[in-house]
Design a binder for this molecule. Structure first.
Ligand code: SAM
Length: 246
């Protein structure tokens, strides 16, 4: 994390790691003195993280906040089951038949001593009342993992939980999407600008850009002519941006 206007270099921050999986970045950030909250939709990731580290998680269930209930209505009438809706259960209850907000949709795993929590939930379903506010977001393998149609909801969730002056450190991949399908998807600078720069008004700065073909030497990416991993730092509330080719 780079020092920012509001924060002294090395100052402890509350850091969100969306779609965290079992990334060792979380214990790393905690060791640096930050309070870390990861979010992942799959509980197995938490147990793998515990197994692979010195963490010891305690579990508790939290009800979705009123805010998330506001963002997502508490009840969506539907005469028959249409499709699975994330954060909802389909049933017949007091309001009739349809999708009811799932009270068990937000589950916390916390290692209090190490100041690391993982929230098991659909990230797109969360609101500040569920996870609190953050100084930093570390996005590696999150935006690139989501379906393109979910990107705006994802960015809106990140924005809603970021303190004024907060920063997002984002690692993306850039390659020819016509040559390979995602995930991980190609997210060029223009897409980052569209998502964060537009009406949200983030300033976007590219910090580094490296040839990542060796790192991604899997069948999927083997024959790409170009695969670039970019790290971008987005800062709230400043209307300027840096340009560079993708
Ligand atoms: C590519 S992995 C990235 C893991 C981690 N960020 C890393 O760098 O190793 C993507 C993760 O996103 C999670 N995921 C995908 N969609 C999600 C959603 N809507 N809400 C929460 N987690 C989600 C998956 O369970 C998976 O663990």
């Amino acid at each position: 994390m780079r020092p920012t206007d509001g924060q002294k270099p090395g100052a402890a921050a509350r850091v969100l790691v969306p779609l965290c999986g079992k990334t060792v970045d979380m214990p790393y950030l905690a060791q640096k003195g930050h309070e870390v909250v990861g979010v992942d939709g799959v509980e197995a990731a938490v147990w793998q993280l515990q197994r692979d580290s010195w963490l010891k998680f305690e579990t508790f269930q939290a009800e979705p906040s009123a805010e998330s209930s506001g963002r997502r209505p508490g009840f969506i009438p539907a005469p028959t089951f249409e499709k699975r809706r994330s954060g909802y259960v389909f049933k017949t209850d007091t309001l009739g038949t349809g999708y009811y907000l799932d009270k068990k949709a937000v589950k916390w795993f916390r290692d209090t001593r190490k100041r690391i929590s993982v929230v098991v939930s659909d990230f797109l379903f969360l609101a500040p009342g569920d996870i609190g506010m953050f100084d930093r977001v570390w996005d590696r393998g999150a935006l690139v993992a989501l379906r393109p149609e979910d990107r705006e909801e994802y960015v809106s969730t990140c924005d809603s939980v970021l303190e004024p002056g907060g920063k997002i450190l984002l690692a993306t991949l850039v390659y020819d999407q016509n040559a390979k399908k995602g995930p991980p998807y190609s997210i060029p600078l223009a897409e980052v600008q569209r998502l964060y720069g537009g009406k949200l008004g983030y300033a976007i700065e590219t910090l580094s850009s490296v040839d990542a073909r060796e790192e991604y030497q899997t069948k999927r990416f083997k024959n790409l002519a170009q695969l670039t991993q970019k790290t971008k730092n987005e800062k709230r509330g400043i209307n300027q941006h840096s340009e560079e080719g993708c």
